[in-house]
Design a protein around this ligand. Structure first.
Ligand SMILES: Nc1ncnc2c1ncn2[C@@H]1O[C@H](COP(=O)(O)OP(=O)(O)OP(=O)(O)O)[C@@H](O)[C@H]1O
Ligand SMILES: [Mg+2]
Length: 450
């Protein structure tokens, strides 16, 4: 190839404009270079429509100026010979365009008026498919297109294909960026919505819990207070009666003894009821888990845990329940021993009270306490092989005042106190695994300083 053509090609192919994705700039660069190399003043880019029934001009440069190309369309119907030549997919080198079999159809309407004598059309390919042509038009005396010139123009057409690819890539990148941006925004919006929903949920759960709590306290405390009140008013009536008898001189020894018996029974009942109410309030205060008396100490678990559990053994033995304790030796932790004692007594007495009964048919009723250390802290489990707790009650058993043993004096505060202690005071976790017939395991994990 002639050196100057080679140089132009090299220069164009090295220009970043080709691969930047800005097709307009690349098109202009290519057409201007075609004109420069072939020493012509008029050239353009024509692209097929989808069905290859026409070609439309996307850029036409004449003497360095862009010509209005919007209405420039050549259809297969009007120029069948030209399209036939295009269909071959090869370069059309019409040395004498007026008579050439591919281009003669343009003679009257186009070539002669514009003084075009020779035409060189090179195919533009994209992804292996011909998508259009670069059309080089020579004005003046007809010329013989040289092989070098044809190769040169074809190479520039290839560069145009490269520019289209870059343009597509840039489009995809833009779309991808846009999609990412939308996605990010969507995620942000959704997260916000979820957070708001969660806040609401927590708030409404809190309100519900508070409502239950107040209703529970009112109910629990009201019962003994009601009994005490009735008893005291009874005593007051009796006192009025006895005083009236006394005023009227009708008070007998027997009457007075009766009065004494009724009143002391009534007052005892009032006293126990008030005690119960007071205890309930005391218990209830404990649920707030805001106990200041939780002192931190260093304890050796295989000493401490048996020390807490062993005293419970006789009570369990009475009900044919076997207690086993499995604690690794030499596990020393710094924690609040009070909470460990409280959780153990609470869980073991729950097992004793609720897990077994006539419906449970075990060879041996067992409660096992085990303990270990995990990454998160100290893990203590109390497991029984009793009747278990159905899944729908797993949340409920931790609510204040939920009990299935009210008739036996249960208040339903045990697990709630434990829950609040572990979760709020110690930032730990409490986990219940249980199903009917499979027994119950409650595992508590308390973070400790290692
Ligand atoms: N090991 C268990 N097996 C079966 N059910 C259990 C077990 N532990 C607890 N429960 C159920 O959970 C309920 C709530 O327990 P929680 O300790 O909070 O209250 P309680 O033992 O009934 O009363 P309190 O502990 O306040 O005296 C119990 O009434 C019982 O129905
Ligand atoms: Mg309990």
């Amino acid at each position: 190839m002639k050196e100057n053509l080679e140089l132009i090609l090299l220069r164009v192919s090295q220009r970043p404009d080709i691969d930047k994705g800005e097709l307009d700039v690349a098109s202009r660069l290519i057409i201007n270079s075609v004109c420069e190399g072939l020493e012509i003043t008029r050239a353009g880019i024509w692209l097929y429509d989808e069905n290859q029934t026409l070609v439309q001009c996307t850029l036409l440069i004449d003497k360095g100026n862009d010509l209005d190309n919007e209405s420039l369309v050549l259809t297969r119907r009007d120029f069948p010979h030209y399209f036939e030549a295009l269909d071959s997919g090869r370069t059309i080198a019409a040395h004498d365009a007026i008579t050439d079999v591919a281009t003669f159809e343009f003679a009257e309407v186009y070539l002669t008026p514009l003084g075009i004598s020779s035409m060189l059309d090179v195919p533009i390919r994209h992804r292996g498919k011909m998508i259009g042509i670069i059309c080089c038009e020579h004005q003046g005396k007809a010329r013989q297109w040289l092989d070098d010139e044809m190769v040169f123009a074809a190479s520039l057409a290839d560069l145009y294909g490269r520019a289209i690819s870059a343009n597509e890539r840039a489009d995809y990148e833009q779309q991808l960026l846009e999609a990412n941006r939308t996605l990010e925004q969507k995620v942000k919006d959704r997260t916000k919505e979820l957070e708001a929903a969660q806040e609401k949920l927590v708030e409404s759960e809190k309100m519900a819990a508070l409502g239950n709590l107040v209703a529970g306290i009112a109910h629990e405390v009201n019962t003994p207070l009601g009994i005490a009140l009735t008893s005291v008013s009874n005593c007051k009536e009796e006192l009025k009666d006895i005083y009236r008898d006394f005023e009227n001189g009708e008070l007998t020894e027997e009457g007075f003894k009766d009065f004494e018996a009724i009143c002391s029974e009534g007052l005892s009942l009032a006293e126990t009821s008030l005690m119960r109410a007071a205890n309930l309030v005391q218990d209830f205060k404990r649920t707030s888990a805001d106990q200041t008396s939780l002192e931190i100490e260093e304890i050796t678990l295989d000493e401490y845990i048996p020390r807490v559990c062993n005293p419970l053994k006789p009570m369990l033995r009475k009900e044919q329940i076997e207690l086993s304790i499995d604690v690794p030796s030499d596990l020393v932790i710094t924690t609040c021993p009070g909470i460990i004692a409280q959780l153990l007594t609470n869980l073991i007495s729950n097992a004793q009270r609720h897990a077994f009964g006539p419906s449970v048919d075990n060879e041996v009723n067992k409660v096992s306490v085990s303990c270990g250390k995990s990454e998160k802290g100290i893990v203590i489990s109390v497991q029984d092989n009793g009747k278990g707790i159905p899944a729908e009650l797993h949340k409920k058993v931790f609510e204040p005042f939920y009990t299935t043993a009210r008739d036996k004096g249960g208040t339903g505060l045990g697990l709630n106190i434990l829950y609040n202690l572990v979760r709020q005071k110690f930032n730990g976790e409490i986990d219940l695994v249980s199903s009917p017939g499979e027994g119950t395991t409650i595992t508590v994990c308390i973070p400790v300083e290692s």
